[in-house]
Design a protein around this ligand. Structure first.
Ligand code: FAD
Length: 522
């Protein structure tokens, strides 16, 4: 993973000429004045952890698994939001952990947590490092230092219960390897977020991730049937049946807890057979409103495909749904929808037939499998483009929310207005990324010319968007989580009593407050 950007450096994207021209003409984007910092130019805070504590950690996890070198610290600094990348490009490593610790099993995690609690050292559980909400930055205040607890060595497929279609997997597994291990047994998780190539199963559970095929397979939190969590107070083992009436569901307390309540060390996940067939196709609608109504009908008639998304007019025009074809959109006017079907050949035919009837009946024009294939080909490419845009002097960032169908137009307008008012005339694109019977999520991509203070510029815009989301009755996050960046808006969403309840849980599980201080709760 590129330390100051996204993904495999060998796959770095070039900015297509139409986009470069559009950026200059439409948004006034000019190349930034300074070059991005090199890795050895990143300014890191001194390591403050006492030597006896470091020796104790080495005893617990082995000498080579406590790392203090600059490169490892840089690679565990923050996540991959645009503000995170802007800070790294400016050489700001001030949020780096003092040490990176790599335990190999649940008991080692427990032991590391106990040592950190005894020495008042903050702990940041670290999966793939792809958080976009500031979920990997601990407050140092009141602590002897910060340790990043990298879960990469907890990377086994532990067991497959083929009869129940449940697999036990460790949290440090990155999604592609998890898929490869499961495929050997004929199964898939069906979880394909845009961060698929780098994110881990533990991170998906901790941040309540949603993938591109979640309409068909469900969100990640739907897949979790059980989990083991290490906390400073001991172990929680949750989930022993598919459904239970044994009191409130504590799995739901841990899902989305973003490392602030405990460290997930094992997950029991629902798996499905690897689909024999996959078909993705494009549809055009005259307007976002018309397309939204068609998607709503699909969801409400339980006829939704496995993949379902709808770009608004601006996103369709730019062609962002198919990054490989950006700027050369052939969909014409209107809005592009992608519908994808996965399963056995019979399942694909039956679902496709049903959805086709609904979509055509509601104004959809079929565009065939060409746009679907282009979407599939480019589905993980957009984040690479962000690096090229940042280097060209544009700020580009995404944000997301969800709401009930009846409120979706209000939410859409409110976010666009807020971004426009804060940034002047940015390019704001949106798509419906996930649908439910009762509502949907809206995923915005914003592009604007960088000012002399791009961080301050984006922070103001993000604050305005957060206020608009809460004001318009949406949730502050459908799938990115809370982290530090959404903390205030999250508190506004759940109210004082809600925050008190979460605080009570944290105080019980983590009395010294060492776990991800400042993330989820202030
Ligand atoms: C380019 C890009 C595209 C993205 N696309 C999507 C998308 O399509 N859908 C989506 O849902 N999200 C997306 N994200 C956000 C991000 O990938 C998800 O939040 C993902 O779930 C994070 O997984 P991770 O392994 O990288 O976790 P990390 O970023 O390492 O951690 C996320 C949070 O969980 C905590 N954590 C990590 N592992 C554990 C554990 N084992 N136990 C307890 N706490 C833990 C961390 O402390 C942190 O607070 C995207 C991010 C980027 C940069």
């Amino acid at each position: 993973m590129l330390w100051s950007g996204w993904g495999d450096p060998a796959r770095a994207a070039d900015l297509p000429e139409p986009i470069r021209k559009l950026l200059g003409d439409l948004l006034g984007v000019r190349p930034p004045r300074s070059e991005a910092a090199a890795l050895d130019e990143v300014r890191l805070p001194p390591v403050t952890l006492p030597a006896p504590f470091l020796a104790e950690l080495r005893d617990l996890v082995g000498d080579g698994h406590v790392r203090l070198d600059d490169e490892t610290r840089v690679r565990h600094t923050r996540g991959k939001s645009t503000p995170d990348l802007l800070r790294m490009r400016a050489g700001d490593g001030s949020d780096a952990p003092d040490a990176v610790v790599l335990p190999a099993c649940h008991d080692e995690v427990l032991a590391v947590l106990a040592a950190c609690a005894a020495h008042r050292v903050a702990v940041v559980p670290f999966g793939g490092g792809t958080s976009v909400v500031g979920g990997l930055v601990a407050s140092r205040r009141g602590f002897a230092g910060v340790v990043a607890l990298d879960l990469a060595r907890l990377d086994r497929l532990v067991a497959v219960d083929a009869e129940s279609m449940v697999a036990e997997l460790e949290p440090g597994l990155r999604a592609p390897r998890a898929e490869r291990l499961l495929a050997a047994h004929g199964f898939t998780l069906g979880h394909f977020p845009q961060s698929f190539e780098y994110a881990t199963l533990g991170g998906f559970a901790a941040a309540r991730s949603s993938g591109q095929a979640s309409a068909g397979y469900g969100r990640f939190d739907d897949l979790v049937v059980g989990m083991t969590v290490a906390t400073p107070r001991g172990t929680l083992d949750l989930g022993r049946a598919p459904r239970s009436a044994a009191g409130p569901d504590l799995r739901q307390v841990m899902l989305g807890s973003e490392g602030a309540f405990g460290v997930i060390t094992s997950l029991r996940l629902r798996v499905r057979p690897v689909p024999a067939e996959r078909v993705y196709e494009g549809w055009r609608f005259a307007s976002f409103a018309e397309g939204s109504a068609a998607l709503r009908t699909l969801a409400q008639q339980d006829a939704a495909p496995t993949v379902l998304r709808l770009s608004d007019e601006t996103e369709t025009m730019i062609g962002l749904a198919r990054p490989g074809e950006i700027g050369t959109s052939s969909a014409g006017a209107g809005c592009l929808a992608i519908a994808g079907y996965e399963g056995t050949s019979a399942e694909v035919s039956a679902r496709r037939e049903r959805a086709t009837a609904v979509l055509s009946g509601l104004g959809g024009v079929p565009l065939g499998t060409g746009p679907g294939r282009a979407w599939e080909h480019g589905r993980y490419s957009a984040p690479y483009l962000r690096d090229a845009l940042l280097a060209a002097g544009a700020t580009v960032e995404t944000l997301e929310t969800a709401g009930f169908w009846s409120n979706l137009p209000r939410l859409y307008d409110a976010v666009r207005l807020a971004l426009g008012a804060s940034l002047g005339s940015p390019l704001v694109m949106c798509h419906i990324s996930h649908v439910y019977g009762t509502g949907a999520s809206l995923y915005f991509t914003v592009v604007t010319a960088q000012t002399a203070d791009p961080l301050g510029q984006w922070e103001a815009a993000k604050r305005a968007a957060n206020e608009a989301i809460i004001g318009a009755g949406g949730t502050i996050s459908h799938h990115h989580g809370v982290g530090r960046d959404h903390r205030e808006a999250h508190a506004a969403e759940i109210g004082e009593l809600g925050v008190e309840i979460l605080r009570g849980v944290k105080d019980r599980l983590d009395p010294e407050g060492i776990l991800n201080p400042g993330v989820l709760l202030g």
